[in-house]
Design a protein around this ligand. Sequence first.
Ligand code: ATP
Length: 357
Amino acid sequence: MATIDIKNLRKVFGDAGEQIVAVDDFDLTIEDGEFLVFVGPSGCGKTTTLRCVAGLEDVTEGSIEFDGTDVTDQRARERDVAMVFQNYALYPHMTVRKNIGFPLRLSTKQSTAEIDAKVDEVTEMLGIQQLLDQKPKELSGGQQQRVALGRAIIRDPELFLMDEPLSNLDAKLRSTMRTELQELQQDLGVTTAYVTHDQTEAMAMGDRIAILNEGKLQQVGTAEEVYRSPTNEFVAGFIGSPSINLFTADVDGDTLTGPGGFTFTLEDTALLSDKDRVRVGVRPEDLRLSSGGSMPSVVTVVEQMGNENFLYAEMGGVDLTARIESGIKPEEGTRVAFAFDEEDLYLFDSQTGEAIK
Ligand code: ATP
């Protein structure tokens, strides 16, 4: 187990002609035994960060420490790290037993009997002991993923690095495997950094979530922290499903006015003192239908989810989503209005996107 310190990490690809800054100004500590999830849109630098921690990429600037020891110049195989990838990377010609035992055969002087005993222990933990003599192509996606996990676990590393390990699985299996992986990580207590582009997966799995955008770390926190107190508009928009409603409003004293006749009077006006315009955010579950509400809108679609409905509407050219009770199904074209409470309102600086409230 280990505490991982990523200090001022910068990774630039390419030569002087065309440079891509994949990761920049990145500071993060992954606590001993923590399950930390990196999440962000495609190309934001998740995989590159993970590969720098693994030692698979040279860093351009900054350093990486494992338990206070600088490992920046160590090669991948000198770091006590096990990686699990999306494509499993199993050896097709080897049986499950051979695949899982492979890292030990490579790196230790243990006898075949000792390695076999460890393989038995790990496969039992993963519920795949009946597959030991099969080859990867005879296995389902979920089984292959368990074998890949087994190969990581058997090394008993200081750190697990996982890059979208569940993304090749169907939705149901992915959800089962999420829980299994979390339980396994808790039992083993091994520090884990996990990459996904799926914010739902990140929220479900991570002790903490690190949200990246364009190579920069935006926020690190628990699911509740990043959901309830996003540091900026990007985080607010990325976390939450369906996404938060966002639009621009003008500030006049204690009143916000915006598209389609939006009007909202704030009790707490100190936050707005030096602003002419703000970005306003309200989450779909915080909207309720209320005649005379501050958001006059026209219904576009109602999506029935069974236990609730998603109501899509338009307010002066801004698309809105509201989560409402399943019994309420206004027809397309109906004029409605939404209300919300001030405590559920998010405000962002219209220039920088930084959170004001
Ligand atoms: P995805 O979810 O699509 O895998 P990601 O968040 O993991 O994306 P990275 O793979 O880390 O993103 O890529 C970050 C940026 O660095 C991208 O612009 C990508 O094109 C670039 N990049 C990554 N690897 C290389 C490389 N070997 N050479 C040049 N550019 C690269």
